[in-house]
Write a protein of this length. Structure first.
Lengths: 313, 370
């Protein structure tokens, strides 16, 4: 008996054709390679990055000839020697490292209560307000935000005007190290909240209730239940804030008044001011190395936190 | 840019006649456009000139770019990429034998000298209007004209008169007064300050570059005053917002701040002030026709008419004799015209500057970042 046309509709035939084409192009015996195929974009991306780093590594071994402004043909470790022995680079590197650690600690302390309230609140309206306040800064670039602080904290800014109303003389709030750290904390806060919130969401509320029912007050519950269970969030948020702060350019440039440079500013200077691309490449590679080592140490000691996507370390 | 050229054969009759008329006008202006119109290379649709923004670009537009467009029909686009940032792009383009991203770079002579030493600049010795310029147009220490200097400028001591009730500061050492702590500004690479600091620190200009310890000693004293470090736009903004009382800056920035209503004046202290030049140059790698018209742009920029309008806007002395200073700058130390004026200024060869720039930059930064 001939099957009716409606028993095998056109759309099925089309799907059959597509499936046959897919099998012709990618036979079932290739199935094991599918995961690798899905990794291809990441491999390409990392590959490009490695190519760029390789090029920079080559450049870092060449010194600048100021008679011709061309890199030397021969290789040497002169740029690395300068990076490790010149006081300027030590000053800037230590300022960046210490600054990024301070920013990370302060940001995590501020981000935690924000995330906790956002996750635990019973009020949908409050949650929405907190979410909007969280995402709003992402629509405003870092440079614009830094200039905003110039308006607020400047000698004739809003804060000094308010101080003037109570008879306090203008105070220099900008162009110093605390101003840079303040700007960085404000910039990093949304990133930290975003990384902490999923970790807090993953802690069942019943755990806190159970601790309470067993006699723990809220401090004990917080210290012995919430904080340990939020550790993956702290690690993930801490790593993101640490690496972004360590490599930041705009905040030190705008809020530092030119005398509070971080490593990224020193790299810019070498590439664009003194035209010494070899020295710039050297500093950039050292920054990548130091950043990677810091992340590696955290991974080794504490795991990858939320960055492990729920897997064990 | 190669693809952006428009064939001259496609010109309509009306445009052609207009072109002939413009070529005639160009001839009157001392330009070579009129010499053989039929033999002129085809015109690009636009010429890209890297420029500084604000009053700098406005002045160039009014004095050179707009009149050039009127004469030739070629649109001039100003690329406001920072001079330091366009440099590696141009160098990379030349090294890779690509067409560079700009036709003309309006650059500091120091920066331009680096490009000339690297061999990425076209020779401009054949510009006809070079016959009528002063010695200032010729870059010191370089063969031929890889750059044409177009004007000079002075790194003056700009100040708020209200902060100096006893009159203009006489010396750079006046900035060491404790009341100016956190109230002074320098360029963030120290440019403009090294040489007067050498004198203020008790050293001699003849010792540059061999012994600049007096300069570093004086800069270290200035560091204790916690100066702000920035770039051209920062100085104007800082004066406007009341952040600083004094700065070592190019007179153009001080004049712009004054035009914006800021109470500001400037002076050349007794130790002197750095005098330097800016110039125009063309990167190698342009198609022949675009190179020709880029050269014509620079040739036009060193005509008296163009310089008069361009430099009126900047308030700077040009390289063509007979250009009159703006009314507000007659007799001003930032607009040197006489031998006596120039004696107060410090000019060091660009070649010496570029050879030691990295070292001086590092030393200045080391002091200021410490």
């Amino acid at each position: 008996m001939r099957p009716s046309r409606t028993a095998y509709p056109l759309s099925w035939r089309l799907m059959d054709a597509l499936e046959a084409t897919a099998v012709a192009v990618w036979p079932r015996s290739f199935a094991a390679a599918v995961p690798w195929l899905m990794l291809l974009p990441a491999v390409l991306l990392v590959g490009l990055l490695v190519l760029g780093l390789w090029d920079m590594a080559d450049g870092s071994l060449r010194t600048l000839d100021t008679a011709t402004f061309l890199p030397s043909d021969d290789y040497s470790l002169r740029n690395y020697d300068r990076a490790f022995t010149e006081k300027l680079f030590f000053t800037v590197a230590s300022r960046s490292l210490i600054g990024s650690l301070i920013v990370t600690v302060i940001t995590l302390i501020l981000a935690f209560p924000y995330s906790y309230v956002m996750v635990r609140t019973r009020s949908a309206a409050l949650r929405k307000v907190l979410l909007i306040a969280l995402f709003l800064p992402f629509f405003i670039g870092q440079v614009v935000r830094a200039y905003g602080w110039l308006i607020i904290l400047g000698s004739q800014g809003m804060v000094n005007e308010a101080l003037g109303l109570v008879g306090v003389a203008p105070v220099r709030l900008l162009y110093n190290y605390p101003a840079v750290l303040f700007g960085l904390v404000q910039y990093m806060l949304p990133f930290a909240v975003l990384m902490l919130a999923p970790a807090l969401t993953a802690i069942p509320e019943e755990m806190e209730s159970a601790a309470g029912s067993l006699g723990a007050n809220w401090v004990k519950t917080f210290l012995h239940v919430v904080l340990p269970m939020a550790k993956p969030g702290f690690i993930g948020a801490g790593l993101v804030v640490l690496t972004l702060s360590l490599t930041d350019f705009a905040m030190p440039a705008i809020l530092g008044g030119g005398s509070q440079d971080f490593i990224a500013n020193a790299i810019y200077d070498q590439f664009f001011r003194t035209s010494d691309q070899g020295m710039g490449a050297t500093l950039a590679l050292l920054l990548v190395a130091v950043g990677s080592m810091m992340v590696g140490v955290v991974f080794a000691l504490f795991g990858a936190g939320t960055l492990a996507m729920g897997r064990a370390k | 840019m190669t693809g952006s050229t428009k064939p001259s054969l496609s010109l309509g009759r009306r445009r052609f006649l207009q072109g002939v008329g413009l070529a005639g006008a160009a001839g009157l202006a001392g330009m070579p456009f009129g010499r053989a119109f039929a033999a002129e290379p085809e015109k690009p649709t636009e010429i890209i000139v890297r420029a500084w923004g604000g009053s700098w670009a406005d002045s160039l537009k009014a004095g050179v770019s707009d009149p050039f467009t009127k004469l030739t029909g070629i649109t001039v686009r100003h690329d406001l990429t920072e001079d330091n940032e366009i440099q590696p792009k141009v160098w990379a383009a030349v090294a890779q034998k690509r067409v560079p991203p700009i036709h003309i770079n309006w650059d500091t002579t120091t920066n331009a000298t680096k490009s000339a030493l690297r061999g990425v600049t076209e020779d401009l010795s054949d510009l006809s209007n070079l016959a009528g310029v002063t010695e200032l147009a010729k870059p010191v220490g370089l063969d031929g004209y890889p750059i044409v200097n177009t004007y000079g400028y002075v790194y003056v001591l700009a100040y708020r008169p209200a902060a100096f009730p006893n009159g203009a500061p006489k010396s750079w050492k006046d900035l060491l007064d404790p009341k100016f702590k956190g109230r002074i500004a320098l360029y963030n690479d120290g440019i403009g300050f090294h040489f007067p600091a050498q004198v203020a620190g008790g050293g001699k200009l003849e010792d540059i570059p061999g012994n600049m310890q007096p300069a570093w000693d004086f800069i270290a004293k200035i560091k204790e005053q916690e100066p702000l470090l920035g770039e051209d736009p920062d100085f104007t903004a800082w004066f406007q917002k009341g952040e600083i009382d004094a700065a070592c800056t190019i007179s153009t920035n001080a004049r712009e701040a004054k035009a914006n209503g800021v109470d500001i004046a400037w002076t050349v202290p007794e130790e002197g002030a750095k005098y330097d030049t800016d110039g125009l140059w063309i990167p190698k790698g342009l198609p022949e026709n675009e190179l020709y018209w880029a050269k014509q742009y620079i040739n036009f920029a060193i005509t008296k008419d163009a310089q008069q309008v361009w430099l009126d806007g900047l308030g700077l002395p040009g390289v063509v004799p007979g250009v009159n200073p703006p009314a507000d700058l007659v007799g001003d130390p930032s607009y040197p015209t006489t031998e006596a004026d120039f004696k107060k200024l410090i000019r060091i060869s660009s070649k010496v500057q570029v050879e030691h720039e990295s070292e001086w930059f590092g030393k200045f930064k080391e002091i200021m970042q410490g």
